[in-house]
Write a protein that binds this ligand. Structure first.
Ligand SMILES: CCCCCCCCCCCCCCCCCCCCCCCCCCCC(=O)SCCNC(=O)CCNC(=O)[C@H](O)C(C)(C)COP(=O)(O)OP(=O)(O)OC[C@H]1O[C@@H](n2cnc3c(N)ncnc32)[C@H](O)[C@@H]1OP(=O)(O)O
Ligand SMILES: NC(=O)C1=CN([C@@H]2O[C@H](COP(=O)(O)OP(=O)(O)OC[C@H]3O[C@@H](n4cnc5c(N)ncnc54)[C@H](OP(=O)(O)O)[C@@H]3O)[C@@H](O)[C@H]2O)C=CC1
Length: 515
């Protein structure tokens, strides 16, 4: 019998960010392993014209939840969406809903966040810091609360090279930052943002670090744990391999490369690609929830959920295997044949951005214009290059994360729990995982059918022929221009032709002699 699964049985669980990538995998696993849980409250906002119920319906009817209705037939009754916007005071939760949450909740998983790197500081602080503070305030009024699990990121202290499972201070207290956001205007906030974030690359990592400090400061008398995953990738094993539903992390890059838009990227090939599968993060999160509630450690434990120190993979290995998988399962309607390389200097990056990215985009836009359509490829390309520049920080450095707490947690699990809530990344086969990643991107993000693979191959063959024809035509045009205008080119051409003629004559003469 799994102790962790049994622990969640009969419990009332509150999840924020349940409509997000990790939140959905977390909910699925909870229903699959503890179908007798009492209820899952999820804080949801209406979005893109969808009501809360429509959003929940969409999640429950998605491929990810395919088997849940069999395991937990009354799953609809066990999810209770609560209308909430974490940007609002008290999250805009109604009085009745708030009373129910406060009186019933046993466990909180706080996953909601803004994960955008370019969010203005005010918005990132509101969601990643102030909302965390408010949720802790709510948690402190929950008499039945057993554990509060906060999802942070392994990159919250990415300004350090070696990161321990501790909370590091920031130069300005989070409370001061929260206060200042209330009276400073946007222009001033924009001006002071670079000074505040210091040697961190963006507002996301900075506000996640502030969020951790808030958790530490506001969690008196509560059982709290912080999970710090690195770059969360698609599922490794559960409920099935390769599930992914957003463009974050490497997924967008894989699409851009597979569709032939991206031909080079500035990356350090030997830097560690610290990816961690979503189901591994969820298993560790659930195990930490159980441990925190049952063993009640004296201080807040931080768990690094990373792969680099136990089973490292680097960007070169990842890149090469992504490209090899494109050969087996090409994406449909590619712009160019997928073929990419890493650049390592400013000069080569700018050169290849011009030659391999912008020039083909301009040529294609000319073709669109000539055929009476609206040019759009250069705009798309510039956006892609801008977005990639925001990720570059993370693919040109390596970090070391210590994992003592994570290893301790693994060691206290029963063999049954180690199997059901497996977070031992040493067992991960990277080649298999990356192949499933590319397949998952094709199936679940691009919604492409496997039956379309022969046509996609044909399309790539056509692109290859166009590429060869284009190169031959370009060569002849340049040659004609040179020979027509430049005596030196004529001399070189005459020399090459006469050399070939002499070589052929010699070859013919020597073969006649042999006979
Ligand atoms: C010798 C041979 C060598 C071989 C080499 C081969 C080389 C290449 C082959 C391919 C290889 C792949 C392997 C290497 C790749 C390197 C990968 C690099 C990844 C590094 C990731 C680092 C992450 C690190 C760290 C931290 C981890 C975390 O804690 S947080 C989670 C991660 N967060 C993110 O990733 C967020 C990043 N994104 C953003 O901040 C923003 O989206 C953006 C700033 C990048 C883009 O903003 P922008 O305003 O331009 O676009 P936006 O409006 O957001 O979107 C445009 C349209 O796209 C849709 N969209 C965008 N994002 C998503 C999403 N997540 N889910 C769904 N849809 C999304 C959006 O809706 C828009 O659509 P429209 O509205 O229709 O326009
Ligand atoms: N993905 C990754 O690579 C990593 C993620 N993490 C952390 O894991 C956690 C989950 O990340 P992930 O699932 O990828 O993120 P997603 O962006 O997929 O999900 C974010 C969730 O937060 C919710 N949310 C955002 N703003 C609000 C709001 N104002 N009110 C209510 N809900 C809101 C979103 O709801 P809605 O659907 O309405 O937008 C969504 O459910 C985050 O804390 C993140 O920092 C850590 C390391 C890596």
């Amino acid at each position: 019998m799994s102790m962790i699964a049994a622990f969640y049985g009969g419990k009332s669980i509150l999840i924020t960010g349940a409509t997000g990538f990790l939140g959905k995998v977390l909910m699925e696993k909870l229903f699959r392993t503890s179908p007798d849980l009492k209820i899952i409250y999820i804080l949801v906002r209406s979005k893109a014209g969808q009501t809360l119920q429509q959003r929940v319906f969409q999640i429950l009817n998605s491929k990810l939840f395919e088997n849940i209705k069999e395991i937990c037939p009354n799953v609809h009754e066990k999810i209770r969406p609560i209308s909430a916007d974490l940007n609002q005071h008290d999250f805009g939760i109604s009085k009745e809903d708030m009373e129910e949450l406060l009186s019933s909740t046993n466990i909180i998983f706080h996953c909601a966040a803004t994960v955008r790197f370019d969010d203005p500081l005010r918005h990132a602080v509101q969601l990643n810091v102030t909302a965390t503070q408010q949720l802790l305030l709510m948690a402190s009024q929950m008499p039945k609360l057993e554990a509060f699990i906060h999802l942070s990121t392994a990159f919250s202290n990415c300004n350090l090279k070696h990161i321990d499972e501790v909370i590091y201070p920031c130069s300005v207290e989070p409370k001061k930052i929260i206060d200042s956001m209330e009276w400073l205007d946007d222009a001033i906030i924009d001006e002071i943002t670079p000074k505040l974030i210091g040697d961190r690359p963006n507002t996301y990592t900075y506000t996640k670090a502030l969020g951790e400090i808030v958790v530490q400061q506001e969690s008196e008398n509560m059982n709290v744990a912080i999970i710090r995953p690195s770059i969360v990738g698609p599922t490794w094993q559960e409920p099935f391999p390769g599930w992914v539903d957003n463009l974050n992390g490497p997924s967008g890059i894989i699409i851009a490369a597979g569709k032939g838009f991206l031909r080079s990227i500035r990356a350090t090939p030997t830097a560690v690609a610290d990816l961690i599968p979503a189901d591994t993060v969820v298993n560790l999160t659930l195990a930490a929830g159980w441990y925190t509630a049952v063993h009640r450690p004296k201080s807040t434990l931080i768990y690094h959920c990373t792969s680099g120190n136990l089973n490292p993979c680097n960007w070169l290995k990842m890149g090469l295997h992504v490209l090899a998988t494109f050969e087996k399962v090409p994406f449909e309607k590619a712009f160019r044949r997928p073929n990419a390389d890493f650049t390592t200097t400013n000069f080569t990056t700018h050169y290849w951005n011009a030659v391999s990215h912008r020039v083909p985009a301009i040529i294609y836009d000319c073709y669109l214009r000539l055929t009476g359509r609206k040019p759009r490829v250069l705009k798309l390309m510039n956006r892609l290059l801008r977005n990639i520049s925001m990720l570059e920080y993370f693919i040109n450095r390596s970090w070391e994360w210590s994992t003592h707490n994570t290893e301790m947690l693994m060691s206290v699990l029963s063999p049954e729990d180690q199997r059901i809530f497996n977070f031992d990344v040493r067992q991960l086969n990277w080649l298999e995982y990356i192949e499933n990643y590319v397949l998952g991107v094709k199936k679940y993000l691009l919604k492409e059918d496997m039956a379309g693979i022969p046509e996609a191959r044909q399309h790539l063959k056509r692109l290859r022929n166009i590429h060869y024809l284009f190169n031959i035509a370009l060569f002849f045009i340049i040659w004609r221009l040179l020979v027509a205008r430049w005596q030196m080119a004529r001399n070189v051409w005459f020399f090459i032709v006469s050399f070939c003629y002499k070589f052929l004559s010699y070859f013919r003469a020597s073969s006649t002699l042999k006979l």
